[in-house]
Write a protein that binds this ligand. Structure first.
Ligand code: WTA
Length: 654
């Protein structure tokens, strides 16, 4: 939490007044069809959260009922204690006895354009065979397995196979380097690694097996490496450890009895770095995790039997775990997966896929939306996207301008948008509109879901008045919360439960407006202090993006003798614009007019692109160093593109 002598938290300047109500057409068939219904659910859940969550858990198939819904020894929670359950059974077996048996579970498209569809029956078979293959390789319940794969159906098969036998998986995003992979394997002490020869990304092969070879050389815990053949590139072979996927499943039975796992059994570990420090192994459970993921996927995306649901996240991120694989499959939905780059071979790849597969629900990140804005609306306009009925966003605050663009150009003005706030640590969506119930305000994630208790507080933990900014905290345990940091419970306590007394601290700033809507203001580390005013960089960025010439911006503070911090704005322009000093002045005036002269940037720097983490979040920490005129220090292994940073630095040297 930032150090600040005053009791003041964060000042907020952005005022967004537009609202969008759900259409009666959408409400007619929605799972939660009105705001009154949502409020009733929230009230009942607030009165008795344990009963609310126990009712949700009853929608799953349990092998043995739980004895106690919640055991809360702060800050450690256990949900559905004594219950036995298997995630793969809930995602697969229970759909096989009815009409979903031959329904598409996964529709997959590779970057080169190859398409595969796996029905529930087929997916079940693949999972069981691979689970038996893993067992034959000596992997069992309690072992850790690292999955480092392209986004191919076998990545989901590998996750579900681990879940079937009780091995804890840890998916490492295929874009991570050898070093990042090695550190994660070693922290998890993984017994096996599942990878592929390569994967397609932006027209080229990413040689995953090569990275695994280099990493595993320094990973004594790894006994076996399973290699799926995707790209056919040459690979080095270590006969003592390596086995081809096809050999691992050859002759394996399609029957694999599921392990009856404790509700608290660790389903997965997912490493998250945030913007600084050693990656944390966030540990998620089995029963509680699946309960909240299944429920939120059904309600927030209003899943129906005939939907084609597409979440564009990679399985290397929590969004890929909860809303590409586990959430949709637990609901018996059809989930779409796409291997490659969003602009490959053309900037309209996504829109073309939506048209061809008749996608009905589309869930992506603000960073992607801003990229599409920059490229212009002519790309989506070339495609018939009338199949879409619902849009979603996740990962960062969405600027109102980007929300409106998404609504108009992708949603055809007809699709509700669910702006879903959550974290790797929360496991599932926490704050979000329900599309048939909530009137949306562009840029606001609106209200916490039923059963979730959040607040905006000052450092002492006291709720701040409506309209004021503060720290976003979660007051009560929730079923899909992280259980600990792997092998580091002390870090779990200090990271999340020591900053604000008695509650989980999210690390985000937020405010509630007079109607009670939550507005997430970004990470509190990104707050800047200008002449004693603590400003959210996100709001200044939103003001910049609302200028027609601007595509994207990142605002940081740099030390200033007079004001404490001065505002530096890095700006990328729309494809049609040229950077000029006149435009700089105009943008400064525009911000002053939109949100006040206190927020007027002291300096604007134009750049081709912004440095981002691989999951698309802007790396303001690096920009702060650039803005302060220091060389860039610290860990850059999560950078999307090093050349961007070099460009920024050389721009500075000029
Ligand atoms: C940010 C991604 C505003 C926030 C699921 C959070 C958001 C961090 C939103 C978690 C949203 C995510 N509005 N901010 N709708 N969704 N964030 O762990 O700062 O990759 O703390 O999980 O992303 O990122 P993570």
């Amino acid at each position: 939490m930032p150090q600040n002598g005053s009791t003041q938290t964060i000042e907020t300047l952005l005022k967004e007044k537009r609202t969008f109500k759900p259409s009666s057409q959408f409400q007619k068939n929605a799972h939660v069809p009105s705001f009154a219904k949502l409020q009733a659910l929230s009230r009942a859940a607030a009165k008795s959260p344990e009963k609310f969550w126990a009712d949700r858990a009853k929608d799953l198939l349990w092998m043995k009922p739980w004895k106690k819904t919640l055991v809360w020894k702060p800050p450690f929670a256990q949900w559905f204690v004594g219950g036995k359950i298997n995630v793969s059974v809930n995602c697969l077996d229970r759909h096989l006895d009815g009409p979903r048996r031959n329904k598409a579970a996964i529709i997959w498209e590779g970057e080169p354009g190859d398409v595969r569809t796996l029905t529930y029956l087929q997916l079940h078979r693949e999972v069981c065979r691979f689970a038996n293959g893993l067992k034959a390789l000596g992997v069992g319940s309690g072992d850790r397995v690292v999955i480092y794969m392209p986004l191919v159906p076998e990545a989901a098969v590998a996750m579900l196979a681990c879940a079937r036998i009780g091995a804890t998986h840890s998916v490492v995003f295929g874009g991570f380097s050898t070093e990042a992979l090695r550190d994660r394997i070693n922290d998890a002490q993984a017994k096996a690694v599942i990878t592929a020869d390569g994967g397609w990304r932006k027209g080229a092969v990413v040689k995953l097996k090569d990275n695994v070879d280099a990493a595993v050389a320094d990973c004594p815990s790894v006994q076996r490496v399973v290699v799926f053949k995707r790209t056919g590139n040459e690979v080095q072979w270590n006969a003592a450890k390596d086995v081809w996927w096809e050999d691992a499943v050859r002759g394996q039975s399609a029957v694999c009895p599921p392990a009856a796992l404790d509700a608290e059994h660790p389903l997965f570990i997912l490493y998250t770095s945030g913007s600084t420090g050693k990656p944390k192994g966030v540990v998620h459970s089995t029963g509680g995790y699946l309960t909240q993921v299944a429920m939120t996927c059904k309600w927030v995306f209003d899943l129906r039997e005939d939907d084609t649901y597409w979440c564009t996240a990679d399985i290397g991120w929590v969004t890929g775990h909860s809303y590409v694989v586990y959430g949709p499959l637990a609901n018996g939905a059809t989930t779409m997966m796409y291997e490659g780059g969003p602009l490959t071979p053309q900037p309209d790849r996504f829109w073309d896929m939506i048209e061809r597969h008749r996608v009905t629900i589309f869930y992506t990140a603000p960073t992607a939306i801003r990229t599409f804005m920059r490229l212009g609306p002519e790309h989506p306009r070339r495609h018939d996207m009338s199949s879409l009925r619902l849009l979603g966003t996740v990962g960062e605050p969405i600027n109102p301008e980007a929300w409106l663009w998404y609504h108009k150009n992708i949603g055809g003005g007809r699709c509700p948008i669910v702006d879903t706030w959550w974290q790797t640590e929360t496991g599932a969506i926490m704050i979000s509109p329900l599309p048939g119930a909530t009137a949306c305000k562009p840029g606001s994630a609106t209200f916490p879901l039923p059963g979730i208790s959040v607040a905006v507080v000052d450092k002492a933990g006291k709720e701040v008045p409506l309209g004021e900014g503060g720290y976003l905290v979660i007051n009560k345990p929730w079923p899909s919360m992280l259980r600990t940091i792997y092998r580091d419970p002390e870090r779990y306590k200090s990271q999340y439960f020591s900053q604000v007394p008695g509650v989980y601290f999210t690390g985000d700033g937020a405010r509630r407006d007079k109607d009670g809507y939550f507005w997430v203001l970004g990470r509190v580390d990104d707050v800047i202090n200008v002449a004693g005013h603590r400003l959210s960089t996100m709001e200044i960025e939103s003001a910049l993006v609302s200028h027609p010439a601007v595509a994207e911006s990142a605002v940081v503070g740099r030390p200033d003798e007079l004001k404490g911090q001065a505002i530096t704005a890095f700006v990328t322009l729309q494809a049609t614009q040229t950077p000029t000093p006149v435009l700089k002045d105009e943008l400064c005036r525009h911000v002053a007019k939109a949100i006040g002269s206190i927020a007027r940037p002291d300096e604007i720097r134009f750049t081709d692109a912004l440095p981002k983490t691989r999951s698309g979040k802007i790396m303001r920490r690096l920009l702060r160093e650039v803005a302060a005129g220091q060389g860039v220090k610290g860990d850059t292994t999560t950078l999307e593109d090093f050349s961007i940073l070099t460009k920024l630095q050389s721009a500075e040297d000029e």
